[in-house]
Design a binder for this molecule. Structure first.
Ligand SMILES: [Zn+2]
Length: 157
């Protein structure tokens, strides 16, 4: 009697667990598109997203800084102010002015060094009296300059 009950118990248990253990192939095949999505498309998308995020973090950033518009001219070892060519400046103040400025704060006319020959002339003159290079300094609201050579060296610029 006890053995029979135990046997019946096992039979019931096996039948019960079979509902979990035996795969329902029809249902699984129905799930295939979802499985494909989860186990194939999902990882691919994940890898793509991770790769993109990784690239976003590692990609070389072009650092740009705003060129100071009005600034004191740098002083060289001999104590002389160094003026970049092509930018208006006031020799008496030692101040480099923003392009397009024709007068210093004091009212004094600004001068500019020719980018080609270095001859200093009034900014009011468009053409260099020495080499004939003609250029006008256009007023700009902001000037950008590269903070450092681009990745790959200055030759890549
Ligand atoms: Zn010149």
């Amino acid at each position: 009697m006890i053995l029979q009950a135990l046997d019946q118990f096992w039979t019931n248990l096996l039948a019960f667990s079979a509902t979990f253990v035996t795969p329902d192939w029809g249902a699984l095949i129905g799930l295939l598109p979802i499985m494909l999505l989860v186990f194939v498309v999902g990882p691919i998308l994940t890898i793509l997203v991770l790769a993109w995020v990784g690239y976003e973090f590692r990609k070389p950033r072009t650092k740009r800084v705003f060129a100071p518009a009005r600034r004191a001219a740098p002083i060289d070892d001999l104590g002389n102010a160094v003026y970049p060519s092509g930018e208006p400046y006031s020799p008496s103040e030692g101040v480099i002015y923003e392009p397009g400025t024709i007068r210093a704060a004091t009212g004094e006319g600004l001068v500019v060094a020719c980018p080609k020959c270095g001859l200093v002339r009034s900014v009011l003159l468009d053409t260099c009296g020495n080499c004939g290079l003609s250029f006008t300094l256009k007023p700009i609201t902001r000037s950008l300059r590269q903070a450092a050579p681009p990745p790959g060296g200055a030759a890549a610029a």
